[in-house]
Ligand binder design. Sequence first.
Ligand SMILES: NC(=O)C1=CN([C@@H]2O[C@H](COP(=O)(O)OP(=O)(O)OC[C@H]3O[C@@H](n4cnc5c(N)ncnc54)[C@H](O)[C@@H]3O)[C@@H](O)[C@H]2O)C=CC1
Ligand SMILES: N[C@@H](CCC(=O)N[C@@H](CSC=O)C(=O)NCC(=O)O)C(=O)O
Ligand SMILES: [Zn+2]
Ligand SMILES: [Zn+2]
Length: 432
Amino acid sequence: MVLRTEKAIVENMINFLAILKTTPILTKAMNAKEQLHVVHSSLISLSLLILQFMATQGQVITCKAAVAWEPNKPLVIEEVQVAPPKAGEVRVKILFSALCHTDAYTWSGKDPEGLFPCILGHEAAGIVESVGEGVTDVQPGDHVIPCYQAECKECKFCKSGKTNLCGKVRLATGAGVMFSDRKSRFSVNGKPLYHFMGTSTFSQYTVVHNVSVAKIDPKAPLEKVCLLGCGVSTGLGAVWNTAKVEPGSIVAVFGLGTIGLAVAEGAKAAGASRVIGIDIDRKKFDTAKNFGVTEFVNPKDHEKPIQQVIVDMTDGGVDYSFECIGNVSIMRAALECCHKGWGTSVIVGVAASGQEISTRPFQLVTGRVWKGTAFGGFKSRSHVPWLVDKYMKKEIKVDEYITHNLTLVDINKAFHLLHGGDCLRVVLNMNV
Ligand SMILES: NC(=O)C1=CN([C@@H]2O[C@H](COP(=O)(O)OP(=O)(O)OC[C@H]3O[C@@H](n4cnc5c(N)ncnc54)[C@H](O)[C@@H]3O)[C@@H](O)[C@H]2O)C=CC1
Ligand SMILES: N[C@@H](CCC(=O)N[C@@H](CSC=O)C(=O)NCC(=O)O)C(=O)O
Ligand SMILES: [Zn+2]
Ligand SMILES: [Zn+2]
């Protein structure tokens, strides 16, 4: 363990120097003496961080977390105890966590898997603090994105080559506990708190399974790439992996929040000839243009059912449609606006417990295809680092989805903002 930790320190020093080398302020604005000063003080900070991690390894950490004690009741910032990682587990210092509508959905009490009290949050980035026995893929100091969709590379799902779903820890994460002992690593004064989606990132420290953590480029800004833990990746992947949109396709996107905009961005990158954005909030269109939407339709402006409006606009229907709202009536409309013979509709939105989809079977008999996607079909540990690299090469947007920056203590305000029409993603700084 000591050897592994020393190796981690050295590797992180090297990584850190690599970051400094690419920091423009060091190459342009400063003289050599000033640059040396920045390097020295940064190295001291890094060493302190590593020493801090060495001091906490194997110990219970007390830190701040937002606890959902009951559905729909304000989250409470509590001092929580985070147990050390057991075999096959990783404890992560969460630096930035964004809010996703799925957190709000579970918090609302409409998620059949929702368990309380719990720590929500699943779109985040941080640094590995310590690892449990047998963990070799990551080590203290690594920059990581927790992944609610695991990738063990061994189970029948992972080996199938047909899906990104992984079966290894899914039952445990659905039950709000860790796989090895079916217990939680979180507590408040001895009272256990449930984990959420295997990530629970609204805590300054969390414990995740080693199959649920992606190691990323240490130069990537964690306050931005945290978004690749869910929303942006899901939208892009829905287009590239699930639908496999071809150049020249006509695409309809229902719902122009973060997920719908990422679908539009993915469709544009895939060479779609038209990207029709549908939303009941007309303010969304100005933003949507910047993400690749070419036409905007507001269902409120039409008497006819929205599927008929789209069919009439597209000589019989679209090649691909995406439902990015979580509304089962719109899921039906999204299927029925697809072209006879080949149109494919992808459900991305998460609908509440008890909701069901329906259509005339004739819609499918006549060649339309109905699909769904989880995390955009991306295999988490393999593809999240690739997405981070694409962001670093400026091949995908991320910054543009961040409309608000707040701190952990303002998390209730952040959820309030998330429900407003002007908000895409709120990123919380977890350590201020
Ligand atoms: N399948 C997956 O892996 C994932 C699914 N999700 C789900 O995706 C959905 C969308 O997430 P966000 O983009 O963050 O949500 P959002 O709330 O920001 O966006 C939804 C958009 O739909 C619009 N809208 C609402 N009702 C409408 C209607 N009847 N017709 C047309 N437009 C309507 C809203 O004005 C809003 O612009 C959520 O249900 C979320 O839980 C999120 C992440 C991953
Ligand atoms: N527990 C929920 C499940 C909601 C859901 O479908 N989640 C998506 C991710 S949404 C992210 O923001 C998902 O990946 N599902 C696959 C999975 O294995 O959970 C419910 O029952 O409604
Ligand atoms: Zn999400
Ligand atoms: Zn697996």
